[in-house]
Design a binder for this molecule. Structure first.
Ligand code: FEA
Length: 123
């Protein structure tokens, strides 16, 4: 199943996974992707996005361990695969931007939504 990409590309309440800290991080990911889109040849913007992605994934994965999230192994693999794909990008173009936007939206809606119940109560 594929979810529609908001245009303009920004966070809205449909992305609420039920954990404030994670929602804030997801908002920031939308912003950082827009920043890369507007500054395509700026290596620092790309690095900032990648670093924040890694930070965010670790935040989620630490919570999976603490709350013993049943699907943590396959969710972590999805994260690792994305980091590998994103790290291999050589040039930011329309296809890359479309891929990253689609990945974020589909990952939040299709995967992150599934830990909402387990992580409820986390800040
Ligand atoms: Fe499972 Fe959260 O990760 N959203 N991103 N990227």
């Amino acid at each position: 199943m594929s979810f529609s990409i908001p245009e303009p590309f920004s966070y809205n309440d449909s992305f609420d996974v039920g954990v404030d800290s994670i929602n804030e991080q997801h908002k920031r990911l939308f912003d950082l992707i827009n920043n890369v889109d507007s500054n395509r040849s700026d290596a620092a913007a790309v690095k900032e996005l990648l670093d924040y992605v890694v930070f965010h994934f670790k935040h989620e994965e630490d919570a999976f361990d603490r709350f013993n999230f049943a699907d943590k192994v396959s969710h972590k693999k999805t994260h690792d695969d994305f980091v590998a794909q994103a790290s291999a990008v050589k040039e930011i173009n329309d296809d890359v931007i479309a891929f990253v936007k689609s990945w974020l939206v589909n990952h939040i809606m299709g995967s992150d939504m599934q830990y909402g119940e387990t992580l409820r109560g986390m800040k």
